[in-house]
Design a binder for this molecule. Structure first.
Ligand SMILES: NC(=O)c1ccc[n+]([C@@H]2O[C@H](COP(=O)([O-])OP(=O)(O)OC[C@H]3O[C@@H](n4cnc5c(N)ncnc54)[C@H](OP(=O)(O)O)[C@@H]3O)[C@@H](O)[C@H]2O)c1
Length: 307
């Protein structure tokens, strides 16, 4: 089976390429230079030439809270253009099966209950990543409309919770929570500091899945594509406070200092836990515990920084 992966150089894409299941497929994973999704005509031409049996759309403009606050225009327009071009080009050239990656940012803010798939567009979005969320919602709806208008086209959306792991971004201006914590704590150790600051009170809760598990879920989705719901969360079903993530990383990295909560900094949503009822019914669950995932991520961080 020919599988085309967009975003093959990104964290999700690289974990797909490194996963053992990748050997079962003929995979094409062009870089953004080979396939620039901002260019609709070039995208169409590329898709026509490569003619995959299934397309996994994991390209996008992705960043942490700081980057999203700083550049909402880029996150909205970049992801809108990438999503629209890829999905519409796939439809135009007759690709029948597509898995689009959404994001839990698509859900309304501050819901205390787990976020079920029907809740998309049922409330106000979190302002700190609204641009990104709007673009992701448009792509998911595009997939839904295309499949509804013509049942030969099955364009489905997976909504992963937050992901961390190998090939993550550790640069503080780009990073998500877990790689940011790993980097911060490692820098504190290197500089012999006995305290690390935590944005906000650290009581906000977040759900983080190890990247290899997401890759595993995507290969299961390819294998069992016919039974895959048109939209489905991929999450753990449980979450931790930000303070707990700091403690877990500190235990693995070996940091024995203090954490100081900086209440002047933004924290985003109080909770963002996706509902995994549909996922469990479909028959998949993540395999890595938090400590296993953080250990592997820390090992990758050390290799990357030659430590
Ligand atoms: N990371 C998470 O926590 C998370 C959680 C939920 C959902 N997701 C979704 O998963 C997908 C992948 O995320 P990620 O974390 O792997 O992001 P990432 O590491 O930032 O990778 C993004 C990928 O998109 C590619 N890309 C960007 N602009 C492009 C363009 N104009 N044309 C073609 N390719 C382009 C990049 O290619 P270059 O490197 O060549 O620029 C890169 O391969 C995204 O849709 C994201 O919304 C991620």
């Amino acid at each position: 089976m020919r599988v085309l992966i967009t975003g093959g150089s990104g964290m999700v894409g690289r974990n797909l390429l490194e996963h053992t299941a990748s050997n079962r497929f003929s995979i094409i994973a062009p870089s953004s230079q080979e396939l620039n999704l901002y260019d609709f005509d070039a995208t169409k031409k590329f898709l026509l030439k490569c003619s995959p049996d299934i397309l996994i759309h994991s390209a996008g403009i992705v960043g942490g809270i700081q980057a999203n606050i700083r550049e909402p225009f880029k996150f909205l327009v970049g992801n809108l253009d990438i999503g629209r071009n890829l999905i519409c080009a796939a439809r135009d050239v007759g690709i029948k099966r597509l898995i689009n990656l959404g994001s839990s940012c698509m859900y309304p803010r501050n819901c205390s209950d787990p976020l079920s798939e029907e809740m998309v567009l049922k409330g106000e979005l979190e302002p700190t990543n609204e641009g990104y969320a709007l673009a992701k919602i448009v792509s998911a709806r595009l997939c839904d409309y295309i499949s509804r208008e013509n049942s030969e086209y099955q364009y489905k959306t997976l909504i992963p919770c937050n992901i961390y792991g190998r090939h993550d971004k550790f640069d503080p201006s780009q990073s998500h929570l877990i790689p940011a914590i790993i980097h911060k704590i490692q820098v504190a150790i290197s500089n012999k500091k006995d305290s690390v600051d935590v944005w906000g009170d650290g009581l906000a809760r977040r759900e983080f899945m190890y990247s290899e598990d997401l890759a595993d879920a995507i290969y299961s989705a390819i294998d069992r594509f016919e039974t895959l719901p048109s939209i489905m969360n991929v999450g753990l079903g449980y979450d931790h406070t930000i303070n707990e993530y700091y403690k877990e990383v500190a235990a693995i990295v070996g940091f024995e200092g203090q954490f100081v909560n900086d209440l002047s900094k933004p924290v985003g949503m109080a909770r963002k836990l996706v509902c995994v009822k549909r996922l469990n019914k479909w028959g998949w669950e993540a395999k890595h515990s938090l400590s296993e995932g953080i250990e592997k991520t820390y090992k990758f961080y050390l290799e990357k920084h030659n430590k």
